[in-house]
Design a protein around this ligand. Structure first.
Ligand code: GLC
Length: 731
């Protein structure tokens, strides 16, 4: 009896909890309804556009707070003036700079992405931001794109898997992530107007997936438009892209805001899904008109359309509802954490993501790691050994509490060795949008560097790009695939005087590396933020075993890249249109399918230890459409050092009726193993993930027949290929 009474009580409690939870959800929506019912049209319209550089209005009469936004993907940008692009010069806004997102992508590690999101979200929360304007997930189509360093590489599956935990991490702080730039902003040249033409398959299979994952799995609370047009309509107000796909098919319930200055039409902004217009009336750099906020497309003119009935008030109410929902998820959220900034924990995350993302590309004679020994003379050469990289690059630039340079990291870690630095080359001071040539004497710099190198036991060259204009910077693409400022010749000259040389590239893009036969070691060091020097010294010294894998392809020469083989219209376009003629064959998909060997392949990265993948098997021969493939394998660390490996699973269709890449990444797992340790791995691929986008049906379609499963540790290093088949008659 007693038992029964207890069961009933338990049931009641569960019912109350569930009911309460359901009630709480509709409670917020009901609150929003009540607020909208009290608002005037003027108040509603005022919420739909900027009131300053980085804020949009609340409703002062009803106590609804403003929305405060800040760049960017790698950390919280310094305070900008209320109404111009100048920095406000505050003294409380120095923060932690985390590694650039290409480095995060190179970790191939979802946990790292979550930790990153939590940390950068805590800093945004502490800086009282409601929206953090990041992450960016535009696909790396060409190595010349000035903003690739802000994005997650060339593969839609990798970007989709890593964008989700980043968003979750940020939003646990009651700060909205703002995934950008939606969509096909894959070059900076003519970004403000260029019209992108591409096949529906390329759009659906390559350029949309990471955004789709951000909405459906990441549940991002906001999204930012791209500057460019897509099929003749600006992405800020694009009927197909926003109404049909983002808000229709995907059910996005958040706020769609423009990139700064990316709105171009009132009626389209009103009817094609734009919720908040930002940055109009400025050239993005200097001038902005007085009281221009009333001139915004979603300001006075929009108000007129609503008041004269040309646009229904429901359209306006939907925008306001989304904005209020974001406000309830952020500044009005009851259990919002406090945030924190510049903590040891954040520095640890920045350092660890850097350690995990550095990619060892070449290691002749075991050049790396370098042991710290008494009497060892190490020559550290190159401007990038000392140059600050947290500044520059455009809107993602940061004002840091500190930035450990590669030289400083080496000096702190190698306390026995004798470290000498020579600049070697000079790029000149960088200012956003301008490159000011150096006044230093290039010959003198080179002579000094050769002298230092000649007298050293080991030479470490830190080169690459530097986030000034045309060198991994917003609003401009690179003008060459080569390393600038004569670095290539300098590397060759250094190797002529000392063959014991290694190169660390600081960049967010692939570069030409014709000198690798003349060097022993090569690392892709990315832009690592505040902890740059520590993370680099950790790997160079062997304290940490490198485990990064390239999220991008390094073509041997630019013309080997798919966007650069099909004429000017394919890249950069004719200044009006650009046509993605390579279609779905982006990055390694192009190299594999066209059999053009890259210099370094997507997914490639060496270790100080040796791993072996064996016992590779799949659980069945024939699969039904609803099945998932279970891939198992053994991974063994055959070396003397602890290390991590990324097992990658690619799938290709044998004899397809449509064009297909030879193989596509469908699963990966990063595993750390002690020396001699073996681990059994299980990876899953849903058969539904093998679908292609059928342009005739305007839907995803699964092809029956044979497929190949490729398992390896790089897209060009496959341990085993297995054949399976899909039979739609099998259930
Ligand atoms: C810039 C960038 C965007 C940034 C915004 C605000 O033009 O394209 O990524 O968040 O404007 O600075």
């Amino acid at each position: 009896m007693k038992k029964n009474r207890f069961d009933k009580l338990k049931f009641l409690i569960v019912l109350l909890l569930l009911g309460g939870n359901v009630f709480a959800q509709t409670d917020t929506e009901k609150e929003i309804d009540k607020i909208i019912a009290q608002m005037t049209v003027d108040e509603k319209v005022t919420m739909c556009h900027a009131q300053s550089k980085f804020t949009s209005a609340g409703v002062p009469r009803l106590g609804i707070p403003e929305v405060w936004m800040s760049d960017g993907p790698h950390g919280v940008r310094a305070e900008i003036n209320w109404d111009n692009w100048g920095y406000a010069g505050w003294t409380n806004d120095s923060i932690t700079a985390f590694p650039a997102l290409t480095c995060l992508a190179a970790t191939f590690d979802e946990q790292s992405s979550y930790d990153y999101g939590v940390a950068v979200g805590e800093e945004a929360r502490y800086r009282k931001k409601d929206i953090l304007l990041g992450p960016g997930v535009n696909i790396y189509r060409t190595p010349l794109n000035g903003r690739n360093f802000e994005y997650m590489g060339e593969d839609p599956h990798l970007a989709s898997k890593l964008v989700v935990p980043y968003i979750k991490g940020v939003q646990t702080n009651g700060v909205a992530a703002c995934v950008k730039h939606f969509v096909a902003n894959n070059q900076e040249l003519w970004r403000g107007h260029i019209n992108v033409e591409l096949s529906e398959r390329a759009l659906r299979e390559i350029y949309l997936p990471a955004f789709k994952a951000a909405v459906l799995e990441g549940e991002t609370w906001s999204m930012m438009s791209a500057y460019n047009q897509l099929r003749g309509q600006y992405c800020s107000h694009n009927e197909e892209l926003v109404n049909t796909i983002l808000k229709g098919e995907w059910g996005f319930d958040g706020v769609y805001l423009t990139d700064w200055g990316a709105a171009h039409d009132t009626k389209q902004s009103a009817l094609y899904g734009l919720d908040i217009e930002m940055g109009t009336g400025t050239n993005g750099l200097t001038y902005s008109k007085k009281n221009h906020y009333e001139n915004y497309y979603l300001a006075g003119a929009f108000k007129e359309l609503v008041k004269n009935g040309e646009v229904s008030e429901e359209v306006l109410d939907d925008k306001v509802r989304r904005i209020l929902r974001l406000i309830y998820r952020t500044s009005l959220s009851e259990n919002r954490p406090l945030g924190s900034v510049n903590t040891d924990a954040h520095h640890e995350v920045a350092r660890r993501v850097g350690q995990q993302g550095i990619v060892l590309l070449q290691n002749e004679d075991n050049f790396f790691p370098i042991a710290d020994k008494l009497g060892l003379k190490i020559a550290v050469i190159g401007e990038n050994a000392t140059r600050m990289m947290t500044i520059g690059g455009g809107s993602s630039e940061l004002k840091v509490e500190y930035e450990i340079s590669p030289l400083q990291g080496i000096q702190e870690r190698f306390t026995n060795a004798e470290i000498t630095h020579a600049m070697g080359y000079a790029s000149g001071p960088s200012q956003y949008g301008r490159v000011i040539p150096s006044t230093l004497d290039a010959d003198e710099l080179k002579k000094e560097a050769l002298e230092v190198a000649k007298n050293a036991d080991v030479v470490l060259f830190f080169g690459g790009l530097n986030k000034s204009h045309h060198q991994d910077c917003e609003d401009g693409d690179r003008t060459t695939y080569d390393l600038p400022f004569g670095q290539g010749e300098l590397i060759q000259a250094l190797s002529a005087v000392n063959e014991n040389i290694g190169v660390v590239l600081v960049s967010g893009n692939a570069v030409a590396t014709p000198w690798t036969d003349q060097v022993k070691g090569l690392m892709q060091g990315w832009y690592l933020g505040s902890e740059t020097g520590h993370a680099m010294a950790d790997v160079i010294s062997g304290d940490v075993n490198p485990s990064g894998k390239l999220p991008i392809t390094f073509p041997k020469k630019l013309e080997d890249n798919g966007a650069h083989q099909l004429g000017e219209l394919s890249y950069p376009g004719d200044s009006v249109n650009v046509e993605y003629k390579e279609g779905i064959l982006v990055g390694y998909r192009w190299h594999d399918t066209k059999k053009i060997a890259p210099k370094y392949a997507f997914g490639y990265g060496l270790s100080y230890t040796d791993f072996e993948i064996s016992e590779i098997a799949v659980d069945k021969k024939v699969y039904a459409p609803v099945d998932e493939i279970t891939i198992t394998c053994d991974l063994k660390n055959n070396g003397e050092l602890k290390g991590a490996e990324v097992v990658q699973v690619y799938v290709g269709k044998n004899k397809s009726k449509v064009e297909r890449a030879l193989k596509e990444l469908k699963a990966f797992e990063k595993v750390e193993l002690s020396a001699g340790e073996t681990s059994k791995l299980t990876l899953k691929v849903a058969i539904s993930d093998l679908k292609y986008y059928d342009e005739e049906q305007s839907d995803w379609a699964l092809e029956s027949g044979d497929y190949y499963i490729y398992v390896g540790n790089s897209s060009d290093n496959i341990s085993k290929r297995l054949k399976i088949s899909v039979d739609s008659n099998v259930n």
